[in-house]
Design a protein around this ligand. Structure first.
Ligand code: PMP
Length: 392
């Protein structure tokens, strides 16, 4: 029996989501732009889904555009934000943003914009004095994620909206990992843009949403038939959207259950601490999402441990999307001050409301035993690297 603890990478769609999507394929196949009843029914179902997503994230339905996911939402927010402040040339990004923000910003840097990374402290919290110092009349856009995908550390971007606006800049929040895990309210935060993705909350892949506050007129990234109020052309992904709607409604109803998820996450950390020395929680001193645990096992290469866990049907990850064996260690952990070697010793466990206590008990037992044996082997002169043939 496999145990899946990689829910920040993606989640299993809930049975109700699968059912809603099948229904959509069978019954709502009309084009939502068509004016006859079949099209109108599809359009109506889409609007219900938009309401469900809006309710989860604290937005009005009219301020949400459906996109292909978090990546597209982030890219669109960057171009839209910069287009709204054409006279300014500076973008501030937290140093721990997801690649879909950092790489999009990098593309703007190649076109002449100045990208300023804002650092975090050892617990992954934003260095507020660094942000304040960098924020000026040249700043067009500030990107601060709501919660980090690798550590679960919450950056609370809502605290910044007033200051960013006072400087005449706009604020974009990648809330892809926060939505569905803790209550959130983008309108109360007062941010300008926010990104969401359905597959992080037991919805389908390839569908997400971008929140655009106050009816801002943005330059569409994808042009054509003018769907989504002209913000994003293309015949909408109706099954995906309806799946997203059901996933959002279920996640909202289950927000209370995330306390039990936090308790299991704490149980995992306590259990491993009890059985092993040299285990540290990355971001453990900061406010975190209830489901995420980023653990360093000193002296053990994460990739090796993960490969052995995989053989036993235990699924977790390093948390960075690097190609195994080749890429740089996590930029998030490096920004938190870990050296390259320490950063390579970190495994991310991410739980969901479907995780069970027995699974956590099994993971504690198996991971403790694998870590102990890998440490034993490396002490005996048999480097864990030799097991994978990794010669770095
Ligand atoms: N932002 C964050 C913080 C993420 O974790 C992810 C998914 N790994 C994305 C954006 C991208 O979302 P999607 O997979 O829907 O493109």
């Amino acid at each position: 029996m496999a145990i899946y603890l990689d829910n920040n990478a993606t989640t299993k769609p809930s049975p109700e989501v699968c059912e809603a999507m099948l229904q959509a394929l069978r019954s709502h196949f009309g084009n939502p732009s068509s004016s006859y009843a079949l099209g109108r029914r599809a359009a109506g179902a889409m609007e219900q889904a938009r309401d469900q997503v809006a309710s989860l994230v604290g937005a009005t339905a009219g301020s949400l555009v459906f996109t292909s996911g978090g990546t597209e939402s982030n890219s669109t927010a960057l171009s839209a934000g910069l287009a709204l402040r054409p006279e300014r040339r500076k973008i501030l990004v937290s140093a721990v943003e997801h690649a879909s923000v950092l790489d999009a910003a990098e593309a703007w840097a190649e076109r002449g914009w100045v990208v300023v990374p804002v650092g975090v402290d050892g617990a992954g919290r934003l260095r507020t004095e660094a942000l304040e110092e960098a924020l000026d009349e040249e700043t067009a856009l500030v990107c601060i994620m709501a919660a980090n995908n690798e550590t679960g550390v919450r950056l609370d971007p809502g605290d910044w909206a007033e200051r960013v606006h006072a400087a005449g800049a706009l604020l974009h929040v990648d809330a892809t990992q926060m939505a569905g895990k803790v209550p959130m309210h983008v309108r109360e935060w007062g941010v300008d843009f926010a990104a969401f993705s359905a597959h992080k909350l037991h919805g389908p892949k390839g569908i997400g949403s971008l929140y655009i506050a106050n009816n801002k007129v943005i330059t569409p990234m994808i042009r054509g038939g003018g769907q989504e109020g002209g913000w994003r052309s293309g015949t909408p992904n109706v099954p995906g959207i309806l799946g997203f709607g059901v996933a959002a409604a279920q996640a909202e109803a289950a927000l209370g259950a995330m306390e039990q998820v936090a308790a299991m996450r704490d149980q995992l950390e306590a259990g491993l601490h009890e059985k092993l020395a040299g285990v540290t929680v990355q971001g453990g001193d900061a406010p975190r999402l209830p489901n995420t645990s980023s653990l360093r096992f000193e002296g053990v290469e994460a990739e090796t441990l993960l490969a052995l866990m995989d053989l036993e049907g235990l699924y977790a990850s390093t948390g960075s999307a690097c190609a195994a064996g080749a890429a740089e260690p996590s930029h998030v952990l490096r920004a938190m001050g870990l050296d390259r070697r320490a950063a390579r010793e970190v495994v991310r466990f991410s739980l969901s409301r479907y995780t069970r206590r027995e699974e956590i008990e099994t993971v504690i037992d198996r991971v403790a035993s694998l870590v102990a044996s890998l440490r034993g082997r490396s002490k005996a002169g048999m480097s864990p690297r030799a097991i994978t043939g990794d010669q770095r």
